[in-house]
Write a protein that binds this ligand. Structure first.
Ligand code: 5GP
Ligand code: ZN
Length: 361
């Protein structure tokens, strides 16, 4: 849905299907610059998970009205709260943009000891609204749905008091390597100022449960450290999720895993080390064989191991040959609801023995 839109705009209120939404004056002017016309599709984001799209139904030099015909609520990303240093303005703005692209949950600047000598430094309400504009632009660019919650800058004491409980991490070159530690949600990542923390600050953070973690061997500038820290945390949280979930409960009740285990019967026509081929229960062609990885993988959308995918395809071609489909055949991976996938275990359909129409329905 979002990708069909020529442009996306930020709206302050959540929108529902059927609503007519007036865009801001600068957005209406931007529409003119993009040469968007009446009837063209645009996307809308409210920054708190609401994504919608609709068509332009009125256009003036300073106004634009969108009639919404699709709206969905996107779940928030993994909770990662960022404590950034009050620092050089431009570099903070750069980091704000990247933090929004990475879907950071919240952003709070902290006035560390060494933040105080920076000039010009990013603080105060005017700067905060600049941060917000940058984040909104980044959100629209990356078509994400959630804007980081932006808190005012705080002293170390206030920042610690307001930080969520959970996995508290302070990025510090003398800490243990960040990668590989057990990480639970929510994650709070504190990043120090240019020049580093004062010893007393590190002690105060440690006393508040922040563990010191390092990234890489060199001293990173604050914005690099923040981006790297968020990326490491994201990848650890993601692997933790997919690893724990798909293996334990998904495969338990999965029809195709049960076929692999031999719990339910199937007409198996071929196997290889990592893949199995069996006849479809409800064939749609004279030859209709399903080829699946033995390991549970939900769909092509779950970034399957290319080696496993290669083996599935190789077994599909073997089946086509042994089933006598010399005149041609079709291999199909239905993926996700719009792709018509009904069984949540990746599978290739090998169809043949009749002429296949194109395009498929
Ligand atoms: P999808 O619609 O997900 O692309 O394809 C799932 C296919 O699995 C369908 O063609 C359906 O007929 C087939 N299927 C569903 N349950 C079973 C089963 O228990 N045994 C076999 N052999 N095929 C099945
Ligand atoms: Zn399965």
């Amino acid at each position: 849905m979002a990708f069909a839109d020529r442009a996306a705009f930020f709206v302050e209120d959540t929108v529902a299907v059927g609503a007519q939404v007036a865009l801001s004056v600068p957005d209406a002017q931007h529409i003119a610059v993009l040469r968007l016309g009446l009837g063209e599709r645009v996307g809308l984001r409210d920054g708190v998970g609401g994504t919608a799209s609709g068509t332009l139904v009125r256009l003036g030099r300073k106004n634009a009205l969108v009639e919404v015909d699709q709206a969905t609520q996107v779940a928030p990303a993994r909770p990662i709260h960022l404590l950034v240093p009050v620092a050089d303005r431009d570099r903070m703005l750069w980091l704000a943009e990247k933090a929004a692209e990475l879907n950071v949950t919240s952003w709070r600047p902290v006035l560390w000891q060494r933040s105080r000598s920076v000039s010009p430094r990013g603080d105060g309400p005017t700067f905060r609204s600049k941060v917000r504009s940058r984040m909104i632009a980044a959100l629209l660019q990356s078509r994400s749905a959630w804007l980081p919650e932006i808190f005012p800058e705080a002293t170390i004491d206030r920042a610690i008091a307001a930080a969520p409980e959970g996995n508290r991490v302070v990025l510090d070159a003398s800490g243990t390597p960040f990668r590989g530690v057990e990480l639970a949600e929510p994650v709070v990542i504190a990043v120090g100022p240019e020049g580093g923390f004062e010893a007393a600050e590190l002690a105060e953070l440690a006393a508040a449960g922040f563990s010191a973690r390092s990234i890489g061997a060199s001293i990173l500038r604050f914005e690099t450290a923040a981006i790297a820290g968020v990326s490491v945390a994201l990848s650890m949280l993601q692997s933790r999720h997919s690893g724990a979930k798909s293996m334990a409960d998904d495969s338990e009740n999965c029809i195709f895993c049960r076929i692999v285990r031999g719990d339910i019967p199937a007409d198996i026509v071929a196997t290889s080390a990592e893949a199995v081929a069996f006849r479809d229960l409800d064939p749609k062609a004279p030859v209709h064989v399903l080829v699946i990885p033995k390991k549970h993988i939900g769909s092509l959308d779950d970034s399957p191991d290319p080696a496993v995918l290669g083996e599935v395809l190789a077994l599909a071609t073997t089946v086509a040959r042994t089933e006598g489909l010399g005149g041609g055949y079709r291999v199909v991976f239905n993926t996700g609801p719009d792709g018509g996938q009904t069984v949540g275990h990746l599978h290739a359909h090998v169809l043949g023995g009749r002429h296949m129409a194109w395009p498929p329905g």
